[in-house]
Design a protein around this ligand. Sequence first.
Ligand code: ADP
Ligand code: MG
Length: 628
Amino acid sequence: MGKIQLLSDTLASQVAAGEVVERPASVVKELIENSIDAGARNIEIRVRRGGLSSIQIADDGCGMDKTDALMSLERHATSKIRESADLASILTMGFRGEALPSIASVSKFRLTTRETNALEGTEILVNGGKLISVKEAGEAPGTQMEIRSLFYNLPARRKFLRTENTEFSHIEHQVRIHAIAHPGIRFSLVHNERTVFHLPAADSLFERVRGLVGNELAQRLIEIPQSERDGMRLSGFIGEPGLSRSNRSLQMIFLNRRPIEGAMLQYALREGYHTALMKGQHAVTFLFLEMDPSRVDVNVHPAKREVRFHDGNALRALIVDVVAQALEKRLSPLANAAPRESETPVMAPTPEGDTSLAPFDAPQEDFRQEVLLPEAEQRQLRRDWSPMLEQRPSTGVPPAPAPQEASEAAEEKAKVDEPAAAVGEDGPPASQVPRPSDFRILGVLGKLYVLMENEGGLVLMDQHAAHERILFEQMRKRMETEGVPTQQLLMPVTLEMTPKEFDLVRRHLDTLRKLGIGAETFGANTLKIDCLPTFVSERDGNRFINDVLEEIQHDTGRMSSVRLGEDMVATTVCRHAVKANDDLHPEELEKLLEDLLACDLPFCCPHGRPTLVQVSYKELERKFGRVV
Ligand code: ADP
Ligand code: MG
């Protein structure tokens, strides 16, 4: 008896704060979200010492009267929902009524606020959850909050804070991500009295992105044609093939403008990018997802970073398809008729504050149709590829010059395709798919880099990477249609494995067959292989099978067999493609270039490394001191 007691409000808030307020950046996030919810057009954030010393935020939103200002500091006090049914239609950033009391319970907190037309404002001071004073104040309309000495009364938490710089970089990320979500709001961020950025209200998402990441990176973004499916709408920008980052700081995804993350989203992006993304690297995305709020639960994560979708599979499929198609089409912002340097908005501005879903009225675009070659041409291309694959399974010798039709088909494809991304930043205008005739081959450097000139200057082609891309796409096309050409082994190979491996392989026999591996079980825990794809030489057979088994083991079970096959093809073609020091004849070089440019994704190898690099005249002039 009497062992259980209710926590005091202050203690309860501190406990709740542990969930919501992990570090200074969480405070910044909560306060920005409140300002956005309050309809602010200007948000100013000033922090000192990475937020450890102080965080100030000022907005010009609706403000609060005295009663509401006091209420806002009570736990579970919110103006955003009233009854549980409202949880199903949340379009505001906040709804739990937890942030302010939590923050105020673990800091020295000052709130001043004034409603737009009110004569007087209110100032409230709270220390570690204890109300110190409430008085009238005459600040500008809107709300200002100041948080000093965060976690001063929670030494355990304060100890876990990192350096000033690290904490600040988290804060900066929060401001950036919300600035991307709301291009129409003016944001400024000041650290230790130094302006980190000042972003005027932008007319378009592209303008805001450019303002934040710079022109150079912005130019390497592909605009996603607004796509709608199953009541979900996706739009925004993604990095062109080969553009990536070693962390996820530029991988932004928003659901109804709320920044979200989650393994499923990352997986979908990775799958959409597939070979256009280097292993271990992360895609650059500014993706906006919109759907009716009743189809998603945003109330599953303390910081609301992760959400639960009612139909996660459909969403995943949508992301994968849209990303893959955009990359295939290689749309870039400028390809969309918006001149790069101009201020022309690329995306129609969405009115801020109006968070309701616009009607799904965008015309449905069937972009795949435009991209693919007509059936007959595809078949012709395939026929042209086959001899090379069958006659030269693994010699590493590049294909002989193709019959006329192939290059014509390739050229036709170039015409059909949407404008491509530039070879390099200063390269030829990105609004054109380069054609073989745009380049003149000069020679080969170090038996690896094919030197070429084009309008923009010098272009280097990595012959190994280029050949990998070509082989990869050939194999993939064949796998999709007729399956992989196989060769019977003179001596079947038997492989002994652990029961666990064996079980795994047994469940994937079908996949193996599709990959051209003829395998059957041969007694307990032994596999007999009598057939291999023609592109694997017999002496590489064992290694190939081991690679495949390795891949299967790492398969999460969500991979389709074609995808699994692709990944393996990507790994294997690497070994069988033209090697770095293979001497190629001039005609072979021409053919290599031609075949590369006919690929769906010519600018990177199946591992996402670049195949072509441009060194512009401008760069050369700089190097030779002709210009400064
Ligand atoms: P929630 O955002 O979940 O409602 P908070 O604790 O963050 O909870 O805020 C409590 C309430 O205080 C909000 O519902 C809102 O009415 C009010 N509020 C907070 N910040 C602001 C602001 N910057 N401008 C106007 N009102 C605000
Ligand atoms: Mg809030």
